[in-house]
Design a protein around this ligand. Sequence first.
Ligand SMILES: NC(=O)c1ccc[n+]([C@@H]2O[C@H](COP(=O)([O-])OP(=O)(O)OC[C@H]3O[C@@H](n4cnc5c(N)ncnc54)[C@H](O)[C@@H]3O)[C@@H](O)[C@H]2O)c1
Length: 714
Amino acid sequence: MIYEGQAITVTLLDDGIAQLNFDLQGESVNKFNQTTLKELHEATDAVRANSDVKGVVVSSSKDVFIVGADITEFTETFALPEEELMGWVLKANAVFSNFEDLPVPTVTAINGMALGGGFEMCLSSDYRVMSTKAKVGLPEVKLGLFPGFGGTVRLSRVVGADNAIEWICMGNENRADAALKVGAVDAVVEPEQLLEAAIDLVKRAGAGELDYQAKRQEKLDAVKLPPMEQMMAFNSAIGFVAGKAGPNYPAPVEAIKVMQKHAGKKRDQAIEIEAKGFVKMAKTPVAGNLIGLFLNDQALKKTAKAYEKQAKPVKQAAVLGAGIMGGGIAYQSALKGTPIVMKDINQAGIDLGLNEAKKLLTKRVERKKMDAAKMGDILNRIVPTLSYGDFKEIDVIVEAVVENVKVKHAVLAEAEKQIRDDAILTSNTSTISINTLSEALERPENFCGMHFFNPVHMMPLVEVIRGEKTSEETIATVVSYAKAMGKTPVVVNDCPGFLVNRVLFPYFGGFAGLLRDGADFQQVDKVMERFGWPMGPAYLMDVVGIDTGVHAEGVMADGFPDRMKRDFKSAVDVMFENNRLGQKNNIGFYKYETDKRGKPKKVVDEGTYELIAPVCAERRDFETDEIIARMMIPMCLEVVRCLEDGIVQTAADADMGLIFGIGFPPFRGGALRYIDEMGVAEFVALADKYADLGPLYQATEGLRKMAAEGKTFF
Ligand SMILES: NC(=O)c1ccc[n+]([C@@H]2O[C@H](COP(=O)([O-])OP(=O)(O)OC[C@H]3O[C@@H](n4cnc5c(N)ncnc54)[C@H](O)[C@@H]3O)[C@@H](O)[C@H]2O)c1
């Protein structure tokens, strides 16, 4: 043994080959935390000091190679003053360069995931041998960053500027064949042969059969590409990538600029350029928000895991109602492996639900994501029926019939009689209180909400809604079923609209007020889309369905009359009165025509302005900031109320619910992080500025207290 640490050991094998092995104690994966970085430096020095060592093989004893830097340490590190942070990055880089400069040949044996810093480790060695099972990549752009341990420098020299730009700007995980093709790795072998192959390679390099020094030198020199071609490659990539990433995600374009800047430089100078760029990115709010998002997601997964431990198995599910939602739920359950009975009261419903599933599966087959036999298997997991028959096998039922309390009461009570005493009933209601629905039931402890979003196969969120009488075992089982369906469950407590719709309708309230005061719905849509929403509020209303929107708005107004009851007739009301229901009947705020591919295409309808004129002030331009404030304040404040009322457990749950449920702009991290970023006191001041717009703009006492005490949500 040459070196022994918490994360790294170095053992001397036969023939002077040292095996530098990553195995971070107490963790399921290897990652570059402070300890690992420090140990890599020490281990490298220990190897250098040992004259018996003729070559180094780097390996991992975990399933992964190294998943990347330890993101949990980012928040603290990136908060350092810029100069200190720069010092930190350069010091980390010195660790990798120290390893790269060892006087003997080095080979990494990539057995599993080697991402971010993990792959940068691989790039620091002379050769890379990769298992067919492994994946490599530099996904830093997904966190609003780019590689900062020499990745932009080494990769552009190893695989050329074009490939490096693609890998770094896309941030994809790459399979072994793709990695070999561009030369990111030198050999690909079956997992069983990996270590042997790596040892063989390092021996051949040591014996002079392979010129490892020349190979290493390529990484130490400038990028090999004539200046003219370089300029072309970088400049054309900047335009293309900027268009793809959009103005809210600066990291990919900055990565290209940095690579362009250091292309003509030797390693150490190039690394300094990269480090400077990295620090600049690390200091952007976008990076802070995306890192926060990642951490929130981890927290959510941890909560779900704890629930899964208490869950009962769900081997067979059922869905009542084969409409838009029922069909989607059946498809998703079957696709992910849980067989599901799909019951409706009329054949037309069943046909619709099954056709929807068939359509989605056919698309997968066409895209070669699945073969016909698999499609057949999945369809067989959906058992359509018009009568209950034997429901004793069913573990969980999702009720997805029409949104009507009376109908739901009847259906739920009837279903409860068909199932085992320990089976679980859930409702996919979007607005009706779970406590109200449970009144029809004999075993309300076995009942909760399971709120999917439309379209079910696309939307990641499932709200699991706890009623007053719901047991924890019920929640745990439903969380685990949602996970099994490939969804992200967030557990919330019962209230009108639960979390997502409760905060969405105040946002629509903001929209109603803007139109009343003369804002142009098209301007509002444009501003909110530029803010980062996938669609603006008018377009969103059209997609949701104006009738559905008006109905839900009514429920919310009844639930929270003090602030959600409007004292004026809104443009949306006018749409509804005129049977302009949105996409479903091809006319709402916009008109919908069918494009060449058969998809609805949104077109402007001047008639809309005429129609809503009687309830709107004369049309005028609004400042962008005013539109954003008037739309976002009511939503953000409602999220604060949800947290204060215990509807959600944590700020992370709330923000993730919005991102996964309604497409809150991810680079903003969520509503509460948006408040944090603005500053709680500044946010309260902004709300006060609009206070005369009504109670939707009224900051809570809790928030004022946070502002006074200088507290934040994260
Ligand atoms: N559409 C959405 O965007 C959306 C999103 C989230 C939640 N939801 C909720 O999901 C539920 C269903 O909505 P949808 O849009 O799928 O409605 P839908 O009208 O498309 O489908 C309802 C289906 O239920 C069937 N049905 C009615 N009574 C029944 C009974 N007694 N037994 C079995 N089937 C019966 C109908 O025949 C119909 O096929 C509602 O509670 C709705 O609020 C809808």
